[in-house]
Design a protein around this ligand. Structure first.
Ligand SMILES: [Fe+2]
Ligand SMILES: [Fe+2]
Length: 268
């Protein structure tokens, strides 16, 4: 399996691709190309795909890890850059309206309606149960929260703001035969829950955990819990992991913990 990072908070070390808040990665396995998330800005996503030689029309599936704008904002431009429909996998709650209150009240949900995306060729397959959408590629379904999670934001219920549990936070689990590779967008379900869920789903150890771990601002107690209980062989941590939390994990887990940046490409 090959992973190529297309959208990341860190710009990397070459001319051309741009860094930006958000996440997107191409996963290639079993002859299929799956685009995991689409970053925030469509023009940045398309620029980076162009710089890295990846044609939008070559993508077989889009997998949305959750509905936040920094994972879905590039979807419309991506669809416009293609001339054929594409299946888009996600959780039924990706279109929920959600907001952040800090540093000011703002919408943080998917910035498009379902209808306009369908008109551009998105064929949504939304399911909260795990399923294999093409050989070797599994949608995790809703992730069981056996321990702490990292949900953020609010939703409106009966005119009141209540905390958003981000139920739509799912992961892509890729069956590698002797193990599983897991891609998470923001890790809102909690990195330990995500790894355990993927292990249970495929009955195999996690070879690699890749994506945003949402440990930004995490307490030392929580980071210690990750160090002691994360079983993944390697962890490619970027996006919302947070530089301090990344440094903490790297100092304790060594080269098992690796950074991400736009344009990085690696085999698992
Ligand atoms: Fe995110
Ligand atoms: Fe998020």
């Amino acid at each position: 399996m090959r992973v190529t990072v297309l959208y990341e908070n860190h710009s990397g070390f070459r001319k051309g691709p741009l860094g930006g808040h958000g996440f997107s990665a191409l996963v290639e396995h079993n002859g299929k190309r799956v685009l995991v998330d689409t970053g925030t800005e469509g023009d940045v996503l398309l620029r980076n795909m162009g710089q890295l030689g990846i044609a939008p029309g070559s993508i077989d599936y889009v997998f949305l890890t959750h509905g936040h704008y920094d994972h879905t904002g590039g979807l419309k431009a991506f669809l416009e850059a293609r001339d054929r429909p594409v299946p888009v996998i996600g959780h039924p709650e990706i279109f929920r309206r959600r907001m952040a209150l800090k540093p000011h009240r703002r919408d943080i949900g998917i910035p498009f309606g379902r209808g306009e995306l369908e008109a551009l060729g998105a064929e949504f397959i939304l399911d909260d149960k795990p399923f294999q959408f093409t050989p070797g590629f599994w949608s995790s379904g809703e992730i069981k929260r056996a321990t702490w999670d990292r949900a953020v934001g609010y939703v409106e219920e009966n005119g009141r703001l209540v905390k958003d549990t981000v139920p739509d936070d799912i992961a892509l689990a890729v069956d590698l035969g002797d193990g599983v590779a897991v891609l998470t967008g923001c890790g809102h379900s909690g990195v330990l829950n995500i790894a355990w869920h993927a292990e249970d789903l495929l009955g195999k150890p996690v070879k690699a955990l890749i994506g945003g771990l949402h440990l930004i601002g995490a307490s030392e107690e929580l980071l210690k819990d990750v160090v002691e209980n994360i079983s993944a062989e390697v962890i490619y941590a970027g996006h919302c992991t947070g530089i301090e939390s990344f440094a903490y994990l790297r100092a304790r887990l060594g080269e098992r913990v690796r950074p991400l940046h736009v344009g990085k490409s690696f085999e698992v």
